[in-house]
Ligand binder design. Structure first.
Ligand code: ADE
Ligand code: ZN
Length: 338
């Protein structure tokens, strides 16, 4: 094993951009399809994997929502989350902020509580038996209406103390952040933090809208910010985190090849960026695979990777003491490798 691989595998990390439905591995999809008697258009795990060739974000989302249809019961969400947490344990991920899309499940007649409690139960166990901290970020599906998002928020408000934030995901083009200004204003009035996917496929103006209209604390993806110099200087001044997802960006053709990814340029511009896996079961790798891919293709060394890992804690919704503790551990690991 190379020194870089060893560093990646043992370095403490936080993951801030992970859709729990996107961690549904083909094996579990098959198992749940059987267990819940849900018909899926695949007959084997290989069949499912072969379908994962995407043209863009929408072509992925079509398959992703179809896959999520096997998730029906509380124990399904528990199993899904437990599998992800076990991966975290293997990959030295110490803190997770997990996105979930309740509308994907409530639109099929499921109760909000079914998915919420199943994920929370696994998170609680992860905290107790694996020492992994974290929580949930409720995402609104932006291809659906403002009214539907508002109803989802109302459904979740009794549990607001158990949410880290609300977010915005799904089809970006044609669904600008401003469409959800009132929903996010209400969430903020209720004391919730906000984040939003912006500048993944959509233009830099969507990142401005997420900041100005939704008053987000972090931008998810945000890689298209480099198209607007004023925006870059604003993001740098305020150190607004961008949760970048390299393998996702290649699979969804935001960049042609990893060597073309702008992560290094974002770092050189002084932006607060870190690495995440987005939908690892669909994009060919969990967090450490993302680290390895950028290290290889963008020629990043241990010092650069340590900056990315430290940024993940800086950007996390956790106490200053916890952040400092992990950052000290990362410094010590870098030191031990010199
Ligand atoms: N939902 C799951 N993954 C997503 C992504 N990369 N962009 C937007 N919505 C998503
Ligand atoms: Zn995402």
């Amino acid at each position: 094993m190379t020194a870089i691989d060893k560093f990646i595998e043992s370095c403490p990390k936080a993951e801030l951009h992970l859709h729990i439905e996107g961690s549904l591995e083909p094996e579990l999809m098959m198992k749940l399809a059987k267990r819940n008697h849900v018909a899926i258009p695949f007959t084997s795990v290989e069949d499912i994997r072969a379908a994962y060739e995407f043209e863009n974000l929408q072509s992925f989302l079509d398959i992703y929502y179809q896959g999520a249809a096997v998730l029906l019961k509380e124990e399904d969400f528990y199993d899904l989350t437990m599998d992800y947490l076990k991966k975290c344990q293997q990959e030295s991920i110490r803190h997770v902020e997990i996105f979930f899309d309740p509308q994907t499940h409530t639109d099929r007649g499921g109760a909000f509580e079914t998915c919420f409690q199943g994920i929370q139960k696994a998170l609680q166990e992860g905290r107790e038996s694996m020492g992994i901290s974290g929580g949930l970020i409720l995402c609104f599906l932006r291809h659906l209406s403002e009214d539907e998002a508002m109803k989802t928020l109302d459904m979740a408000l009794p549990y607001k103390d158990q949410l880290l934030a609300v977010g915005l995901d799904s089809s970006e083009q044609g669904h600008p952040p401003e469409k959800f200004s009132r929903v996010f204003a209400k969430a903020r009035d209720e004391g919730l933090r906000t984040v939003a996917h912006a500048g993944e496929e959509g233009p830099a103006s969507y990142i401005w809208q997420a900041i100005e209209d939704l008053k987000v604390q972090r931008i998810d993806h945000g890689v298209r910010c480099l198209e607007d110099a004023k925006l870059v200087s604003y993001l740098k001044d305020k150190q607004i985190p961008l949760t970048v997802c390299p393998l996702s960006n290649i699979k969804l053709r935001v960049f042609d090849r990893m060597a073309d990814h702008n992560l290094k340029e974002l770092m050189n511009q002084g932006l607060m960026v870190m690495i995440n896996s987005d939908d690892p079961a669909y994009f060919g790798g969990y967090l450490n695979q993302n680290f390895k891919a950028v290290a290889d293709s963008l020629d990043l060394g241990i010092e650069d990777l340590a900056v990315l890992a430290k940024n993940s804690f800086t950007s996390a919704f956790m106490s200053a003491e916890e952040k400092a503790r992990y950052q000290k551990d990362i410094d010590a690991l870098v030191e031990s490798m010199n």
